[in-house]
Design a binder for this molecule. Structure first.
Ligand code: AMP
Length: 281
């Protein structure tokens, strides 16, 4: 695996990897890798001839009161995991390489960026789309792999790719969960034992909505209110949002008559967790 820390090195390595019209896949991450990330790497390996992974804890997608400084960093362990998966290129630049002094250009997907996590985390998606656009320009992948776990992020990135004509196929990969159903996340490492068990309420609320939907309830308001009741069993978990939206526009739906994204975010102690599922009538 070629490890690149500068844009010039990464460009040269990716040019080599794409030689002879080989298809290059990109998996963007913030490191502290778990099976969720590795599932994206495996999907990329299966669909591409060469795979590049990026590890970059992107400061512009963190708000001033968020966990940028304490975000888990485990570079050596991540390298070993990626090496074992047969990854060709690892791009892990320092912050100054990506954001030299005086950056004033941003990529902003209007409207979508203010929905779901964008409402609770102002500026978050502007940071995400800016770093992903930069990575697409540096790596020039034919395909890029993202987790359905971050469903709003996926919608925002798909829209950016469509609106700005990036020649990149966006591939969505299913959510990887712990055996008890908790969605894997680098932030799960923040949870103590009690919080870890309380965190299951996100999954329980989604299951409740799914079950009532399968029992015939099609009103989003009723499904949301049933799901919110589940949070009463965990008063220490503070709900941020529980919404039913169109998976592409992120606009709320009233009745579930086509594919609908059911998304939840909540604070478990000081850790903000998200989860979701898709209802398919
Ligand atoms: P992150 O390092 O948290 O920025 O995540 C990098 C990529 O991994 C994103 O596309 C995430 O959606 C994806 N990802 C994170 N957790 C999971 C998971 N549990 N299952 C599937 N994909 C995931």
């Amino acid at each position: 695996m070629k490890i690149c820390s500068t844009i010039a090195e990464a460009r040269a390595a990716c040019l080599d990897a794409r030689a002879g019209r080989r298809r290059l896949g990109l998996v963007p991450t913030m490191g502290a890798l778990h099976e969720g990330h590795l599932s994206l790497v495996r999907a990329a390996e299966a669909q591409c001839d060469a795979v590049a992974v990026s590890i970059f804890v992107n400061p512009t997608q963190f708000g001033p009161a968020e966990d940028l400084s304490k975000y888990p960093r485990q570079f050596e362990r991540d390298c070993r995991l990626l090496e074992k998966e047969g990854v060709d290129i690892l791009f892990a630049p320092p912050v100054e390489e990506i954001y030299p002094d005086g950056l004033v250009t941003w990529v902003l997907v209007e409207s979508l960026s203010e929905k779901l996590d964008g409402r609770s985390r102002p500026g978050h998606f502007r940071g995400v789309t800016t770093i992903v656009a930069k990575l697409f320009h540096i790596i020039e992948p034919e395909a890029a792999f993202f987790g359905q776990k971050d469903a709003a992020q996926l919608a925002v990135i798909r829209r950016m790719v469509r609106d700005l004509n990036f020649p990149v196929e966006i591939v969505a990969c299913p959510i990887v969960r712990e055996p008890d159903g908790l969605a894997m996340s680098s932030r799960n490492a923040y949870l103590n034992r009690e919080e870890r068990s309380r965190a299951l309420v996100l999954q329980r609320s989604l299951q409740k909505a799914r079950q009532q939907f399968h029992d015939g309830e099609k009103s989003a308001a009723k499904l949301i209110s049933a799901a919110k009741e589940v949070f009463a069993s965990e008063p220490q978990v503070v709900l941020d949002y529980f919404e039913m939206v169109d998976p592409d526009t992120l606009d709320p739906v009233e009745r579930i008559s086509r594919r609908t994204l059911v998304a939840v975010a909540a604070h478990v102690g000081s850790t903000r967790l998200i989860d979701n599922l898709v209802l398919n009538p």
